[in-house]
Design a protein around this ligand. Structure first.
Ligand SMILES: *Cc1c(COP(=O)(O)O)cnc(C)c1O
Length: 827
């Protein structure tokens, strides 16, 4: 299949990869590691067997890679992220190692059903959505590019909840992903760091009369490392992801044991181990919860100790820290690291403040992921002081010095000082983590061109003026290994048959497909691949949900977290509009459509959960209406996660990217779908704009208000009623939803939906964009009628998506932010 499998270097260096040895190795592992024989082995036994054998083949390269970084004292980049949405690992690792085909063949000889075995693996769902998946794509690119990059995060015992749909509503179930064990991780019982909380600060004068601070009387927790090897594609580089689990301090029990209170001692142990118990399942509202702040400090504190330990093996002062260490903060979640590094350098290592600050700011860089005020983290000062008293003092000190500088530059502007302060003095005082992250970093990046521009013009305009050039753009990307090669093997094979398979490491090679867009034979093969992927999905939907999808219909997909700004509701307004058009004019030539939704709602997000119910209630009516006669169908695919995404995306014809302009920082789902030959219907928001520039405006359906329009409309006083009055179809749709057409058992169920639009101001401007969206959907239909032209557009989408490889993104970070170099891959 892929050419690197044939590379003799791989096969010779790792003799186990020759088929007979692989078979022997599998049987041995089944026997001696899993403790089963071929007769009694279950699919799960075979999964663990395959995983252990694959892991064995990684570990040598992994150690060589680490030794190589060590021997060269390479500058490393540390990606600090609360979330890593990795999905499954087995097939990814086999493809990266070049062993996948061989495994399939050998396991087939052993009578094992590979398709079932690979699906046994639980997704590692340690993330909410785009932000966590970005971290996972970056790890793949770092390793593939032979860059010395480490992921640091939290080993949640429970990841993102599993979503089930019961009576059309979301029900959350715990994600007990470690239940059967995780074959990819190596527990490192000896890599253990102390993390302190609470207590108070004691000031004292040292022997030189300098005032020093001591953080004492703390409650402590231990952080224990779990390492996961991250292999690159077609290289011997294997990087490391280190996740921390909370463990009770070893002496936790002494006090209580001495008092004879065994139960209390064990309870306390559990309490401290709760720190890494569960991922917060809300990615768009920053809840000021104590446990969340503790999780943040917990992993940052352990990670920094680990980073400095590694640095100090080679260096006996900190002067070279920024030349050897780059730390990327994935959103503000880990930004307490700035105060923590200052604490270590000043309080523990006794560096002068200015020197410590210089080193700190040259070490950190911060990625902003959102402009939405409710997502910007700010911690109540009182809570902060209780949990991290010394860090609050350090933040005050940073702030005082920073505001001095601002005052010097802009004298007599107290309003500006108030705006830029790290402390929000309005209401209850709180710490603005984004301001700490900006002031404490040498670079701040947005994740798409428009997002970076809006950052500079709106929420961070003062900072952009104060620090010209600090805010830069790094448009997101996705790894083509998982999102094309692995998710869509048929398309990958077709592409490789025409242009070879260098595209897997150099995605700009896809440009060589451009001339083939006019080649009728290629178009037919491309159409056959899409058709096969749609059939595969249809079989799966039938099997899982009993849902009948016609592969000849247009597969229209909106798969992403459910959120008002992403406007699943606008999509539904279109669905109901289509439904009415079919009902009112059943004999017209309607293009058959299957509208597919998937996505999780934050458990406490009422409107998002109601949207899921509405999707399911609309589906119930539409799918069972004989007048519709299968020309319109709606389905909600439960539990959208990485593995579901891999199954859905190759089958999409149409990609819904319809957020209110100015709200979606980048999006990466948009990239995955376009890279798999879906055409985008979207607003000029996030990376949609850059996708349009890349694929050409003839090959994308753009509609709606621009970000500037949105500001203008809101400023002028938006009146959603006017749009409703002016549009008969819209009025009918809203009447139906509001009056119980889709909820006869509870006619008022969806009144809050309509009220949000008509009474409470329609903040996300659905009604303003409705007519334009409906019109654009009509153009989609017309385009879809001409399958030849549609396939041409789809091919041109794939061919022009090279820029959206996370390899491009990561190289840009490496060159413009981290200053880290590609290493020679170990041989
Ligand atoms: C890519 C991805 C996302 C992000 O999707 P957007 O459409 O960019 O919001 C969310 N969840 C999963 C499982 C993904 O793979």
């Amino acid at each position: 299949m892929s050419s690197h499998i044939k590379k003799p270097a791989v096969a010779q260096k790792h003799p186990g990869s020759a088929a007979p040895e692989l078979k022997q190795s599998l049987v041995e592992h089944l026997t001696y590691v899993v403790g089963k024989d071929v007769l009694t082995a279950t699919d799960r036994d075979w999964f663990f067997t395959a995983a252990y054998v694959a892991r064995d083949r990684l570990t040598g390269r992994w150690m060589e890679t680490m030794q190589n970084y060590y021997a060269r004292d390479a500058k490393r980049v540390y990606y600090f992220s609360m979330e890593f949405l990795m999905g499954r690992t087995l097939v990814n690792n086999l493809l990266n190692l070049g062993f996948e085909q061989e495994y399939r063949e050998v396991l087939a000889e052993l009578g094992v059903n590979w398709d079932k075995v690979r699906k046994i693996e639980d997704d590692a769902g340690l993330g909410n959505g785009g932000l966590g998946r970005l971290a996972a794509c970056f790890l793949d690119s770092l390793a593939t590019l032979d860059l010395p990059g480490y992921g640091y995060g939290i080993r949640y015992e429970y990841g993102m909840f599993r979503q089930r749909i019961e009576n059309g509503r979301q029900v959350e179930h715990p994600d007990n992903w470690l239940r059967y064990g995780n074959p990819w991780e190596f527990p490192r019982a000896e890599v253990l760091y102390q993390v302190k909380f609470h207590g108070h600060v004691v000031k004292y004068s040292d022997e030189h009369g300098v005032e020093r601070s001591h953080w004492v009387a703390t409650d402590d927790v231990m952080a224990m490392a779990y390492d996961t090897p991250i292999p690159g594609y077609g290289t011997h580089t294997v990087n490391n992801m280190r996740l921390w689990a909370a463990k009770a301090t070893r002496d936790f029990d002494l006090r209580y044991f001495n008092e004879g209170n065994y139960i209390k001692a064990v309870e306390d142990k559990n309490e401290s181990e709760n720190l890494s118990k569960v991922l917060y399942p809300d990615d768009t509202t920053a809840m000021g919860r104590e446990l969340r702040l503790k999780q943040q400090y917990f992993f940052v504190c352990a990670s920094l100790q680990d980073v400095l330990r590694r640095y100090e093996k080679f260096h006996d002062d900190f002067d070279a820290l920024p030349d050897k260490v780059a730390i990327q903060l994935n959103d503000t979640h880990p930004s307490i690291a700035i105060a923590e590094l200052m604490r270590i350098l000043v309080d523990v290592r006794h560096l002068e403040w200015d020197k410590a600050w210089n080193l700190t700011t040259r070490t950190f860089a911060y990625t902003n992921h959102t402009l939405m005020p409710e997502a910007l983290e700010s911690w109540p000062v009182a809570m902060f002081e209780n949990i991290l008293p010394r860090h609050l003092q350090i933040i005050y000190e940073i702030n005082q010095r920073f505001l001095q500088d601002v005052m010097h530059r802009y004298p007599g502007d107290p309003a500006m000082l108030r705006r830029m302060s790290l402390i929000d003095e309005d209401g209850g005082k709180s710490v603005r983590m984004a301001h700490l992250a900006i002031v404490g970093s040498h670079k701040v990046n947005g994740v798409a061109r428009i997002h970076t521009e809006l950052m500079k013009q709106t929420i961070f305009a003062d900072f952009d003026r104060f620090y010209p050039g600090k805010i830069v753009n790094m448009t997101n990307g996705i790894t083509p290994r998982r999102w094309l090669n692995q998710a869509n093997p048929l398309l990958a094979e077709l592409i490789s048959s025409r242009i070879g398979d260098d595209w897997k490491k150099d995605l700009d090679q896809l440009k060589r497909l451009i001339p083939l867009a006019d080649d009728a034979a290629f178009r037919a093969e491309f159409a056959a691949v899409k058709r096969a992927n749609k059939e595969r999905l249809a079989r799966s939907l039938k099997h899982q949900l009993g849902f009948e999808a016609d592969p000849d219909s247009l597969f229209d997909m909106q798969i992403k977290r459910i959120h008002e700004y992403k406007r699943q509701l606008l999509n539904l307004l279109h669905v109901v509009t289509l439904y009415n058009r079919i009902r009112h004019d059943p004999d017209a030539d309607h293009v058959p459509r299957t509208v597919i939704f998937g996505g999780k709602a934050a458990p406490g997000y009422f409107m998002a959960k109601l949207t899921i119910k509405l999707i399911n209630d609309v589906a119930d009516i539409v799918n069972n209406d004989p007048h519709v006669a299968d020309r319109l169908k709606v389905v909600f695919v439960p539990n959208y996660d990485v593995s579901t995404a891999e199954e859905l995306i190759p089958a999409a014809d149409l990609s819904e990217q319809i957020s209110t302009a100015g709200t979606e920082a980048s999006g990466t789902g948009n990239m995955k779908l376009a890279m798999n030959g879906a055409l985008t219907i979207g607003t000029l928001d996030g990376a949609n704009i850059e996708i349009r520039d890349a694929v050409g405006e003839d090959n994308i359906f753009i509609f709606g208000l621009t970000a500037e329009d949105v500001t203008r409309v809101r400023t002028a006083g938006y009146r959603p009623w006017d749009y409703c009055q002016a549009n008969v179809e819209l009025r009918e749709v809203l009447d139906m939803i509001g009056s119980g057409y889709f909820s006869a058992d509870d006619p008022d169920r969806f009144k809050p939906v309509v009220d949000t639009l008509l009474r409470y101001g329609d903040y996300f401007l659905l009604l303003a964009d409705y007519a334009s969206y409906i019109d654009s959907q009509k153009q989609v239909e017309n385009a879809y009628r001409d399958q030849g032209q549609w396939m041409k557009k789809a091919i041109l989408n794939v061919a022009n998506m090279g820029r959206f490889s996370s390899d491009r993104t990561v190289m840009q970070y490496a060159d413009e932010i981290w200053d880290v170099r590609q290493m020679a891959s170990p041989e």
